[in-house]
Structure formats: structure tokens, C-alpha cells
Ligand binder design. Structure first.
Ligand code: ADP
Length: 490
């Protein structure tokens, strides 16, 4: 099958969170199974160019319709960790992808609406007629709309669209100008069955467009699929998802074990597996050295997260103080897009400046993230909502036990050491239900108690997590089944 992966992110070159990992992991697994997979992302000025091999221009003079004129784009090609990637470079006076960041500007809907059009124009002009275009999140919702409103009529009538929802908190709410920008018929599309936002009749909802126009819609865990149809986690799109129930389902994400595996990870000083956990203690020492914590007989609790309200920032902050009170060490790696949250964590960082037991690293650091998973004993994930969550799966692979709120994909992957009804070999962490300080303390307290009093049982819990199969193997097959289900077969 020929599959185009349309996305605003692809790890490791352009990654903000789990979406980048998803595109990398699924694309790699699909390619390993003999499919022709091509990822298309914007060419951001802030990409990790050092992770792209052999980058060169493959298409010049791509004229992309933009209101009543055209914007000139080039397309470059390169391999990102073995994955075939096309990068769309726009030469517009708006500098759409030259902002020093991937997201976070007021005109984000315009930037990605333009990217969607440029991507479709590139496929069309370069003669590509893929079986599947797999679109991701609101940024590429318009790709499915453009496929059926414009390009099917130009000969791309055998291509089908699959659409994955990674986070309902961001839906690409915008005005009808994005439709005019793309020369789409606003009168036809601004209806309650199509792109009109359910909460605001004057707003275009790009994610809704992707849902309505795609042939199949997935989200990243079965539990989140249920939550967004039946609770306010759907953030206004519950009704739309119910209407399209016949083509909607949850597929649990995998993680890419060629990137996330302590047995072969080149970014950690000591490799180890379930049978050589002593080596993990050496990584703990390296982590302590790297972030300036003292060497003491204490459990090391970690957080690796975007510091977004979705991630339960108040609960993270409380967990930090609680863990220190309980005689633990604590390391946090996080980046906060919100100024107030950022200021709050900087305040804590200064407060902890001289602490031998606590370190906060505020920013994004791929290499340090690997060392933290390898060196820490526990990872705290108190999310308010969590579509899938990769952090807990990565942590488990590194023998770092998750303490997580039972929500979304966390509920599908973390099984409580004490209360789960699963057999012991499948229990792998600690969970809590209430998004409260008491909730965090109940689960974190039990985990810390186990580390201190029952080291052998703690070791077994680590091994249970390390032995879980959260690879892309199963989910990739699931996606292939979906592609085959919607594909036009002669
Ligand atoms: P989300 O996509 O909501 O951010 P996920 O748990 O699905 O959350 O994915 C998070 C991914 O981003 C993981 O690979 C995690 O290691 C990584 N990550 C999060 N914050 C940072 C950071 N500050 N530095 C490095 N990696 C990070």
C-alpha cells in the first residue's frame, strides 16, 4: 500500500509530544511490513536538521493557491531516522513555518490550513495517487476536506483518508477565511453537518472537518474513544462522533522500541534489560550526577511532561513536595507553554536551587528524557485527561514504575499493583481516580512504601512493566486492517 502520513510533527526532527512519536513509530512499522510510507511535514526553521540525512530539493515551483493568488513553495526530501520525509518550504511573506517554534501563534489555523493545501497540491502535482492519506489532529483536518471537495474531482478519486485524533483539547477553531484562503465553498461547507463548530455557528472547526470527511476516524486509545463520545472530554464534538460512530474506533498507540529500549539505547550510559537491572542503578547514579542530586539510599521520583494544564500541573507540583516530604528525590523535566505555569515552576526551581534532593529542568531535552527514564524509580503522571500517553509506556520499558491517574490511555495501560483484577504478572504500576492531592498521595504513598519496604516485590513490578508488549506490532496491524477496510480494491 502507498500511505501518506500528513502531520504537523514527526520525531525526531519536529516533535512537541506524543504525536511526533506516533508518526515516527507507526510509519516505521508500516514500512518494515513492506508498505510505501511517506511522511509530509512543514519545513520548520527550528527542526532538528542534524537528524535528517541527505536533505535535498525534489520539487521546485510548487504554486499553492492562496485566496486569489498563489504562494510559491519548494519541497525537500530527506530521511529522518530511516523514515522517508518530505518537507514543505513556503516562501510566503507570512513566514508560515519560520517562527522559531512549531505551534503557538495566533495564526496557527492559517499556517496549517495553508500546509494542508500545499500538501495536497504536492501530491497532485508530483503524480502521487496514494491508497491512503493518514491525517493527524486538527492541523491536517482540512486535508480530508480538500481531498473530497477538490482533488477527487481532479483524478485522486481512489485515495482514501484516515484521520487520527490525538487531543480533543485543540480543534482548530477559526473563521471562514481559511475556506476562502483555500478556495473552498464556504456556503456549502459551513453547515451543521460539515465544518460548522457545534458551539459557535460562526466558527469553522477544522477537526470536525477531518471527522466528517474522512473514511475512517481513530483515536489513540479505546478508553479515550469512549470518553470523547460519552463525556465532556469530547469538548463539544461528542455529538459529531456519535453521528459518525460507524467509522470511529480507538487504537491503542505503541512505542517505537528501536528508540525506546534500555537494552540498546545509545543515549543512556549503561544498557540493561529485565535480567540485568543492576545496571539501572548505575544509570540512577549518572542521572543524579547529571542533575546535581546526592547519592543516597532514596527512591527517585520523576516527571517528564509538557507542563500543560491537561497534565495536571497542580498535582505535579503537589507530588513534588509530597515526594520530598516522604524522603524521596525528585527530578522534573518539563516545558510550559503557558506563561503563568512557566513562572510558577521557575519559582519552584529557584526555591530548590540548593536542594540536594530536587532538580527541575525547564525546557525540552530529548537526551535528558532518556536518562531520566533509565535512572528514575517512579514516574508521576497525574493527567486531567490523557488521550493515550506514551510516557507511562516508555517508563515501564525502562523499569520505571508509573503512578498515574486512571483516565484515557493511562487506564488502558497501567494496572494497579494492589487493586487491579489482572493477574500479578500484568500489574505494573499505581493508579488513582480523583484529581486531588489526596488522590496523588494515595497512589504515590503506596509506591514509595513498596520501594522502601518490599524491594523484591518492587523489582518484580518493574520486570512486569518491562515485559509488556507495547510495541507497534499490534496497533500497526490494526491500522492496516482499517486501511484495507476503506481502500478501493480492484
Ligand atoms: P503528549 O503528547 O500529550 O505531550 P505523551 O505522553 O503522549 O504526551 O508523549 C510525550 C512525549 O514527549 C514522550 O516521548 C516524552 O518523553 C516527551 N516529552 C515530554 N516533555 C518533554 C521534555 N520536556 N523534554 C523531552 N521530552 C519530552
Amino acid at each position: 500500500m502507498h500511505i501518506i502520513m500528513a502531520s504537523p510533527e514527526c520525531a525526531p526532527v519536529a516533535k512537541i509530544g506524543g504525536l511526533g512519536d506516533f508518526v515516527q513509530g507507526l510509519s516505521r512499522e508500516l514500512a518494515v511490513r513492506g508498505n510505501q510510507v511517506e511522511v509530509v511535514v512543514p519545513k520548520y526553521d527550528c527542526m532538528r536538521f542534524d537528524r535528517i540525512r541527505d536533505m535535498h530539493k525534489v520539487f521546485t515551483d510548487l504554486s499553492v493557491p492562496f485566496y486569489d493568488r498563489y504562494i510559491h513553495c519548494d519541497v525537500e526530501y530527506g530521511e529522518a531516522d530511516g523514515i522517508k520525509c518530505f518537507f514543505i518550504d513556503s516562501h510566503s511573506e507570512h513566514g508560515f513555518f519560520n517562527r522559531g517554534k512549531i505551534y503557538g501563534d495566533a495564526d496557527d489555523p492559517d499556517r496549517f490550513a495553508f500546509f494542508s493545501r500545499a500538501l495536497m497540491e504536492f501530491l497532485y502535482k508530483s503524480g502521487r495517487r496514494p491508497d491512503i492519506i493518514h491525517c493527524n489532529d486538527w492541523h491536517t483536518g482540512l486535508v480530508a476536506v480538500l481531498l473530497y471537495e477538490v482533488y477527487a474531482g481532479l483524478g485522486m478519486d481512489r485515495t482514501r483518508a484516515c484521520y487520527s485524533l490525538h487531543n480533543m483539547g485543540h480543534q482548530g477553531w477559526t473563521g471562514t477565511h481559511v475556506l476562502h484562503m483555500n478556495r473552498l465553498d464556504a456556503g456549502r461547507l459551513m453547515t451543521s453537518e460539515r465544518l460548522q463548530d457545534p458551539g459557535n455557528p460562526h466558527a469553522v472547526n477544522l477537526m470536525k472537518g477531518g471527522i466528517v470527511f474522512s473514511n475512517f476516524v481513530t483515536t489513540v486509545s479505546p478508553r479515550y474513544a469512549w470518553e470523547i463520545q460519552h463525556t465532556d472530554q469530547g469538548m463539544g464534538l461528542q455529538g459529531v462522533l456519535k453521528t459518525h460512530d460507524h467509522k470511529f474506533g480507538g487504537v491503542l498507540n505503541g512505542i517505537d522500541y528501536s528508540t525506546w529500549n534500555p537494552e540498546i539505547d545509545p543515549l543512556i550510559p549503561h544498557n540493561y534489560g529485565p535480567g540485568s537491572l543492576m545496571q539501572k542503578a548505575l544509570d540512577k547514579a549518572s542521572l543524579r550526577q547529571r542533575v546535581g542530586l546526592t547519592e543516597e539510599f532514596k527512591p527517585l521520583v520523576a516527571v517528564v511532561s509538557r507542563l500543560d494544564r491537561q497534565k495536571g500541573v497542580e498535582l505535579i507540583r503537589h507530588g513534588l513536595y509530597y515526594a520530598l516530604e516522604q524522603g524521596c528525590q525528585f527530578v522534573l523535566l518539563g516545558s510550559a507553554p503557558d506563561a503563568a505555569v512557566n513562572a510558577d515552576f521557575w519559582r519552584i526551581k529557584h526555591e530548590m536551587d540548593t536542594s540536594p534532593d530536587c532538580h527541575l529542568e525547564l525546557g525540552y531535552d530529548e537526551e535528558l528524557a532518556h536518562l531520566i527514564y533509565a535512572g528514575a524509580d517512579l514516574i508521576l503522571i497525574p493527567s486531567i485527561y490523557e488521550p493515550c500517553g506514551l510516557t507511562q509506556m516508555i517508563a515501564m520499558k525502562y523499569g520505571c514504575i508509573p503512578v498515574a491517574r486512571r483516565v484515557g490511555g493511562l487506564a488502558d495501560t497501567v494496572f494497579d499493583a494492589n487493586y487491579s483484577d489482572r493477574p500479578f504478572e500484568e500489574r505494573n504500576g499505581y493508579v488513582f481516580d480523583d484529581a486531588t492531592y489526596a488522590g496523588v498521595e494515595s497512589a504515590l504513598g503506596r509506591a514509595i512504601g513498596l520501594w522502601k519496604r518490599f524491594p523484591e516485590y518492587y523489582r518484580q513490578l518493574r520486570v512486569n512493566g518491562m515485559r509488556m508488549d507495547n510495541s507497534w506490532n499490534r496497533p500497526c496491524q490494526h491500522y492496516l486492517d482499517i486501511y484495507n477496510h476503506v481502500r478501493v480494491i480492484d
